[in-house]
Design a binder for this molecule. Sequence first.
Ligand SMILES: NC(=O)c1ccc[n+]([C@@H]2O[C@H](COP(=O)([O-])OP(=O)(O)OC[C@H]3O[C@@H](n4cnc5c(N)ncnc54)[C@H](O)[C@@H]3O)[C@@H](O)[C@H]2O)c1
Length: 323
Amino acid sequence: MKILVTGGAGYVGSHFVKLMSSLGSDITVIDNLSRGHKQALPANVKFFQIGVEEYDKVVSVLKEKDFDAVIHFAAYAYVGESVGKPDLYYENNVIGSYRLIKAAAESGIKNFIFSSTCSVYGNPANVPISEDQYPIPINPYAKSKLIIENILHDFESVFGMRYAALRYFNAAGCDLDGEIGESHKPEPHLIPNVLLAALGKKKLFIYGNDYQTPDGTCIRDYIHVNDLAEAHLKAIELLKAGGKSYVINLGSGRGYSNLEIIKTASLVTGGQIPFEFAPRRKGDPAILMANIKSAGELLNWKPKYNLEDIISSTFSWLKNPRY
Ligand SMILES: NC(=O)c1ccc[n+]([C@@H]2O[C@H](COP(=O)([O-])OP(=O)(O)OC[C@H]3O[C@@H](n4cnc5c(N)ncnc54)[C@H](O)[C@@H]3O)[C@@H](O)[C@H]2O)c1
């Protein structure tokens, strides 16, 4: 398959690129490296350091090959940052994605996969969350993603570009070979932060211990990036086989509280992990957990990796990060 990947030098994108390269796909990556790492890309991948918003340059990349699909990972992805800098998020995630979608649709791309997020659900009325829950996003990041889902829907009827919007829950874990991994600065995600605390490299704060959950801390659904990568492959295959556009959750279907994550990380690392409680953060729902029935039925996909795999692969990476 010939695939154009945006944001392929980032955390989730690079794991997808590695999987597809290993399967012999012809991969082209667009990434402006604002938050990614060129070292995360295999040598045989064609790379363009450009932004998705650079319409003319994107069109000329799209003209290079008869791409089977565009996989759009590129975005800014920090909820907290988006609350303080909504302009940055609407500019990059909405205007940038809009220009990319226009370029792809006008260039005759037939299949488009979009990295959406569980945060479009806001404070969900019911958990586990299924796709029929009405999305009411509560921060600019999540709103930017829902806007793009709607743009894709509107473009399809005119340009015939079918799409899959994949609403990831918490992407976690690292490549099992230790070649690539998660490297964000600053790191916003719980599991690497717990493990950085285990390594004595960072102070760990748990935000809120008075939620309506069994131990008072937030519950989240963690999905290994390799499982996400495989779901993307199946998502492309379904569209290519003539499937209709769709919106689905990608998660593990299991929830772990922050304290359960620390406990499992202590078992994996073999030591106590120091942490402090801090006040709740604005906009953190108590529980986010996916109903993954649709992904199972539509994609014939289910996660292979469990929480121990996620934590141990992240720990191996953080002990010896390559970037
Ligand atoms: N990590 C998660 O838990 C999670 C959860 C839900 C959704 N997502 C979504 O998945 C996607 C990937 O997330 P990630 O964690 O890998 O993020 P990341 O920051 O590691 O990767 C994003 C990549 O996009 C690139 N990029 C950003 N803006 C760009 C632009 N205008 N043009 C070209 N490249 C640009 C960055 O340089 C980076 O390499 C994002 O769209 C994110 O919103 C991630």
